[in-house]
Design a binder for this molecule. Structure first.
Ligand code: CO
Length: 345
């Protein structure tokens, strides 16, 4: 259970040990499935192609808790991996998928003695179905929702997506935006370049779209929004966006205030893997807007969870404590675990 000193990782992923055969269920090929290789190892498959090697921490709660104990993490937030989103499929099928993986996430949380919390997935290609699924998930015990940073050509400033974000604010659902379906025109075939180059740009695109479209002027301040991977390229290039806003009317036409004035409307995780980068992020966002996030248990995640925040020489103790847990408690609404007070009593 959470306490004010709890160390909380807001960005980790899970896969259930098994799930229904989706190709058979929907009668179409190339759905994700898990090929177990024995000895706690498995390969996430998409159709007949290898997608990613994973290990038992993805589905085995005891293994996960053991590694959380090793690294001094009290609470972890689990969410699906974008390969399970199914945004490009018929919406009813994506909704069915969301229910399968959302229920599986809560089942894992139920075996973790209060040390795992979950963010749901939704069929984001259909806003009504998404609103319904996030309502169902919140009622069942999810803390919020993880969404991909775009749906096909629609960025987060799309009217439907803004409506969904508004609905999340009304429900008190935290929203983690995760880059996926990375822009690439064939020049990123090798070296995991889509993860290294396009993912940070996707995240920056989402944040800058929300800012320059004026969407933050329409969204309530109660929206608890967080972007993965330190917000991608955003913080490093915010000065460039501010400069453009000052000097070009086509940049500022829908955005009444300087882009940098909107940094108090969202948070980012700490997954930047460099002391200087985390210092820059802290200078731009403020320590109250950064939460420890690891991308555990994947190879591109933080291998010693929380070490980037704990060992950063530029952070003072209060900033470090806020990033390790205090900010996440508020973002996840973990403080609100006592029975609701009777109104007017
Ligand atoms: Co991730």
């Amino acid at each position: 259970m959470s306490s004010p000193e709890s160390v909380i990782d807001i960005h980790s992923h899970f896969f259930p040990e098994t799930w229904p055969d989706l190709a058979e269920r929907f009668g179409t090929p190339d759905w994700p499935w898990l090929r177990h290789l024995g000895d706690g190892k498995a390969m996430v498959m998409v159709g007949e192609k290898d997608f990613r090697p994973i290990y038992s921490a993805c589905w085995d709660v005891d293994k996960r808790l053991e590694e959380m104990d090793r690294d001094g993490v009290d609470i972890q937030v689990i969410c699906a991996t974008p390969v399970l989103f199914a945004y490009g499929r018929p919406a009813e099928q994506a909704a069915d998928c969301a229910r399968i993986f959302n229920d599986a996430a809560l089942e894992m949380c139920g075996r973790a003695g209060g040390r795992l919390e979950a963010l749901a997935q939704v069929p984001l290609q259909d806003i009504d179905l998404s609103c319904r699924e996030v309502e169902r998930a919140m009622a069942d015990g999810h803390r919020g929702v993880q969404i991909g940073n775009h749906v096909g050509p629609k960025d987060l400033d799309d009217a439907g997506l803004v409506t969904f974000l508004h609905h999340c604010a009304d429900l008190g659902a935290a929203v983690l935006v995760h880059p996926w379906d990375m822009m690439t025109d064939g020049r990123m075939k090798q070296y995991m370049l889509p993860w290294l180059v396009a993912m940070p740009a996707e995240t920056q695109l989402s944040i800058v779209s929300l800012i320059l479209s004026g969407a933050f002027e329409r969204l309530p301040r109660s929206l608890r929004l967080c972007f993965a991977h330190g917000g991608g390229s955003f913080a490093f290039l915010l000065g460039r966006v501010d400069n453009a806003w000052r000097h070009r009317d086509i940049v500022r036409q829908d955005c009444p205030n300087p882009p940098s004035s909107y940094v108090d409307r969202f948070s980012v995780d700490s997954a930047v893997f460099d002391d200087g980068a985390l210092k820059l992020l802290t200078d731009v966002m403020g320590p109250e807007r950064i939460m420890m996030g690891t991308d555990y248990p994947f190879p591109l995640g933080e291998q010693s969870m929380g070490s980037g925040v704990r060992n950063n020489p530029h952070l003072d103790p209060s900033a470090r404590a806020a990033m390790l847990g205090g900010n996440a408690r508020r973002w996840l609404n973990l403080e609100d675990q006592t029975p609701a007070r009777a109104v007017g009593a």
